[in-house]
Design a protein around this ligand. Structure first.
Ligand SMILES: Cc1ncc(COP(=O)(O)O)c(C=O)c1O
Length: 442
């Protein structure tokens, strides 16, 4: 992003002009940024873990154009449903480039994955093991599978690697399934999988999980079970406080990790060497880190009010219908007034979306903040921010469109991509009022 002549540009595209021409709300993605981040991750992983592969977690953003770019760069696909598997195949991924996770895949999806012959199905329970084996027998196939374990390692923000969550298998259970697989002609056990959470801000979370996985590998080896790959899941964090202008705002630590990606790959590379596992393939399934800071959401002020106590509110045309994590996880996305980009953003505003819900607000709800502050109390904006001003939420590329809804019957907006050659491509058309009712029966 760059700023000049009172305008802000993303890859040389004037964002105010874009918002005026295409309207708001509008999701905008930068292909250059997506490629830059992905290339950097691929380069680092190759340098320190030559036997590694990065898969992209479609759940972060499964738009076909995004998938097409990532596929062309050599990134694999991690899917969690029949729909995501279908989209990955449609985007041109070969079955060998796809791995399948999820705590509730369902029979149809598992059948689809077995028949397609994908690279790996990550087994989430004993029940799922039996189901996969039964289906494999009925098709006379031998699917490649991994065991998803919960290593009992606690991530800092979103946690999935513990047995109190709904995910995966305890290590003892995984060993039992390993023994079963050893004698099964219909199960090809090739991997161990563990996904610890999202926005993991401490490198040692992975180190601890790696040690548990190495312990499990030893146990499996001693039983005569050899494993081809370790999948360490996703979870790399991004710095949600980065902004092209200064925003004087107090944001919880989980949004501004001090995280060194090179050290991450280097540390894991050293561990792999130390344990003599250089031949082992290492998989990652990154979502947030790949796509989050390639996307912004353009929005607009549509209402304003001043309370008798002087508190100022602005209402935007985007709420948790378009940024669900803002309420689901109290997620922070920097907010900038792009109409008044050159004015100091130093005046405290309460900011709400258009939905008829108290929680549809981009700050802690009054009364809540004193006990457990999770978000800043106010958003700093130019003093004279008013109706019609165009605004930008930053770093919304992951888990935003995917989690969006038509709640309150607001149709979903379009998504545009600024391509590397500067073209503005609509990669998803906006929904119309007709789309809202087209599946309903009167
Ligand atoms: C199994 C699995 N892998 C990968 C990811 C991607 O995580 P992240 O977006 O934090 O990289 C997720 C996200 O929840 C997941 O559930």
């Amino acid at each position: 992003m760059s700023i000049g002549n009172n305008r802000i540009y993303l890859d040389d595209v004037d964002l105010l002009e874009l918002a005026e021409e295409l309207g708001t709300p509008l999701y905008v993605f930068s292909e250059s940024r997506l490629r830059e981040v992905t290339n950097n991750l691929m380069e680092l992983s190759r340098r320190y873990l030559p036997n590694s592969r990065i898969y992209y977690a479609l759940k972060a953003n499964s738009n076909l154009s995004i998938l097409n770019i990532l596929r062309s760069m050599g990134v694999g696909a991690e899917v969690v449903s029949c729909g995501e598997l279908y989209k990955a195949l449609l985007a041109g991924y070969g079955p060998e480039d796809i791995i399948f996770n999820g705590p509730g895949k369902g029979v149809e999806a598992i059948e689809f994955a077995i028949k397609t012959g994908i690279n790996c199905i990550n087994i989430d329970s004993e029940y799922e093991y039996d189901l996969i084996e039964k289906l494999a027998i009925s098709y006379g196939l031998k699917p490649r599978v991994a065991l998803r374990i919960v290593p009992e390692v606690e991530a800092q923000v979103i946690k999935t690697g513990l047995s109190w969550t709904k995910f995966g298998l305890e290590i003892d259970r995984a060993i039992e399934l390993g023994k079963k697989a050893l004698s099964s002609p219909f199960i090809d056990l090739v991997g161990i999988h563990s996904h610890l959470g999202s926005q993991i801000t401490d490198l040692y979370t992975w180190v601890e999980a790696m040690k548990k996985i190495f312990g499990l590998l030893n146990e499996l080896n001693s039983l005569g079970i050899s494993i081809e790959h370790i999948n360490l899941g996703g979870g790399l964090p991004i710095d949600y406080t980065l902004s092209p202008i200064e925003l004087d705002i107090d944001v919880p630590d989980r949004f501004k990790p001090v995280f060194n990606e090179e050290l991450f790959f280097k540390t894991l590379g050293n561990m792999v060497k130390e344990y003599g596992l250089e031949k082992m393939s290492i998989f990652f399934e990154f979502g947030r880190r790949i796509i989050a800071d390639s996307g912004i959401l353009l929005t607009r002020v549509i209402n304003i009010k001043k309370r008798v106590d002087g508190e100022k509110w602005i209402i935007l045309d985007a709420g948790f219908n378009l940024l669900l994590s803002s309420v689901l996880y109290k997620w922070y996305y920097p907010l900038i007034n792009i109409t008044k980009i050159s004015e100091p953003h130093n005046h405290p505003f309460r900011v709400g979306g258009p939905l008829c819900d108290t929680d549809d607000a981009f700050h802690d709800i009054p009364g809540e903040e004193d006990n457990s502050p999770q978000l800043p109390k106010y958003r700093p904006l130019p003093k004279d921010t008013g109706v019609g001003d165009k605004m930008m939420f930053m770093h919304v590329g992951a888990y935003s469109f995917e989690e969006s809804s038509t709640y309150n019957s607001f149709p979903r907006p379009p998504i545009v991509l600024i391509s590397v050659d500067g073209d503005i491509k609509v990669i998803r058309r906006g929904e119309t009022l007709f789309d809202l009712v087209s599946k309903e029966v009167l």
